[in-house]
Design a protein around this ligand. Structure first.
Ligand code: 13P
Length: 288
């Protein structure tokens, strides 16, 4: 059974002075057994968020708590890279990391090859990694969306020995180190979402690519999230799809009411899947 994940990408919002209290509010209002919650604040807010979430009041009733992620990582372990942060530096601050976000592809010129190096650096440091992929509007309108995402995955993962990266099956309820976020670029920050059926079709295509790349277990264990203008009103459409395992939320993740609605809906999906699977929704995740 794949776990349900709701990850908050706060992007370049919040400060060390206010991030902790926002994280604490969201944590206390999103207690849903079986839903893995991850908050990804700016680097400079990681410590404040981590400290706030370690507060006993925020510990989730299911014992999982809220996990903390970074929004980016450098591909080298250390060295003359002004302004950069390595995976080793995130030790104690984050257990997850986002790589390949379309805003970094756009603004920092990140290529699939570079993102692949970041993935390997994150893996080596034991970080759970959310790899973002997604097409531009003209690519969808010309029927090339799946081919573009296939190429992105191959560019990021193709050079790697997937077996060596440890992407193999992880057992029931376990969370593998890799999660894929399908984020169509035209849906990010626009208020326009993909249709649930299209996102589900893309999740199927993503898993077919993972199989083609030789992923042990065929990629069935790898969670696929949807991202792009997700709100408490639009989440339903995506979680109704069995191939979608949660959401990567941008703007709405800064609003506690929105996060409460999104995670409540995710909790229903988690409970339904646990019922189908015959396992307890609150089983602790293990890292694959
Ligand atoms: P929005 O939810 O603001 O569209 O952002 C999505 C996103 O980019 C998450 O990584």
């Amino acid at each position: 059974m794949r776990r349900i994940i709701v990850a908050a990408n706060w992007k370049m919002n919040t400060t060390p002075a206010d991030a902790g209290s926002l994280a604490r509010t969201i944590g206390s209002r999103t207690r849903e057994p079986g839903v893995i919650r991850v908050i990804c604040p700016p680097y400079v807010c990681l410590a404040a968020v981590g400290d706030a979430l370690r507060d006993g009041d925020v510990a989730a009733t299911d014992g999982l708590g809220v996990e903390v992620g970074a929004q980016n990582v450098h591909h080298e372990p250390a060295g003359a890279y002004t302004g950069e942060v390595s995976a080793a530096m995130l030790d104690g601050l984050a257990t997850w990391v986002i790589v390949g976000h379309s805003e970094r592809r756009r603004d920092a010129g990140e290529t699939d090859e570079l993102i692949g190096r970041k993935l390997r650096a994150a893996r080596a440091a034991g970080l759970r990694t959310i790899l973002c992929v997604g097409e531009q509007l003209d690519e969808r309108e010309s029927g090339r969306a799946e081919a573009i995402v296939d190429a992105q995955l191959r560019g990021c993962l193709g050079g790697a020995d997937l077996g060596a990266l440890g992407l193999d099956g992880t057992g029931a309820g376990a969370v593998p180190w890799l999660t894929i976020a399908y984020e169509p670029v035209w849906a990010i920050g626009t208020g326009r979402t993909a249709r649930g059926a299209d996102a589900a079709a893309m999740a199927g295509a993503i898993r077919r690519t993972l199989i083609a790349l030789g992923m042990p277990g065929g990629g069935e264990d790898v969670p696929v999230l949807y991202g792009g203008s997700v709100t408490s009103a639009s989440i339903d459409e995506f979680l109704a799809e069995p191939s979608i395992d949660g959401a990567l939320v941008g703007g709405a993740s800064l609003k506690p009411d929105e996060m409460a609605g999104i995670v409540a809906r995710a909790g229903m999906t988690a409970a339904a899947r646990a019922g189908l699977d015959g396992t307890l929704a609150g089983d602790a995740p293990a890292m694959g």
